[in-house]
Design a protein around this ligand. Structure first.
Ligand SMILES: [Fe+2]
Ligand SMILES: [Fe+2]
Length: 160
């Protein structure tokens, strides 16, 4: 059985993953509205990934006898400017999520709940990948001139 403290932490994390999904879907439609089909498509795919993270965590909690409690998801913002601003926001959001995951691992270790530690270590690795992914796009956008921004839009349209 999973402790009530960890259940609370995991429920908060599930909410954060669903919030990430909501945020990236909103970003996707914001960019689509501006005609950036590739950047939009890429974020739409990523919104699906975040939803998967939420259900993986919820399934894990259920397997351990914990109770999943879905919480309120805030309204996502819409007031971005450039494509770069959108992706910078996404990158800083991923960094915040990484901190939350690290805190769950820390609490799991403190409680000697090694199953939860193991399960969430996969997400520690996942966050390294995601920060590198978003960071790579931010980096390219900062270096790109006008034509580079169009080129990257076409490249990101190919994400499966
Ligand atoms: Fe995630
Ligand atoms: Fe993420």
């Amino acid at each position: 059985m999973i402790s009530s403290k960890l259940q609370q932490g995991i429920n908060d994390q599930i909410t954060a993953e669903l919030w990430s999904s909501q945020l990236y879907l909103q970003m996707s439609y914001y960019l689509k509205h501006q005609g950036w089909d590739g950047y939009s498509h890429w974020l739409r795919c990523h919104a699906e990934e975040e939803r998967k993270h939420a259900t993986m965590m919820a399934d894990y909690m259920t397997d351990r006898g914990g109770m999943v409690k879905l919480q309120m998801i805030d309204v996502a913002p819409t007031g971005w400017g450039s494509v770069l601003e959108v992706y910078e926001h996404a990158l800083s959001h991923e960094k915040m999520v990484s901190k939350m995951i690290n805190t769950i691992v820390l609490h799991a270790i403190e409680e000697q709940d090694f199953a939860t530690e193991n399960f969430f270590r996969k997400f520690v690795d996942e966050q390294v990948e995601e920060e590198a992914l978003f960071g790579g796009i931010v980096d390219k956008l900062r270096k790109a001139g006008d034509s580079g921004v169009f080129f990257l839009d076409a490249e990101l349209a190919t994400r499966k």
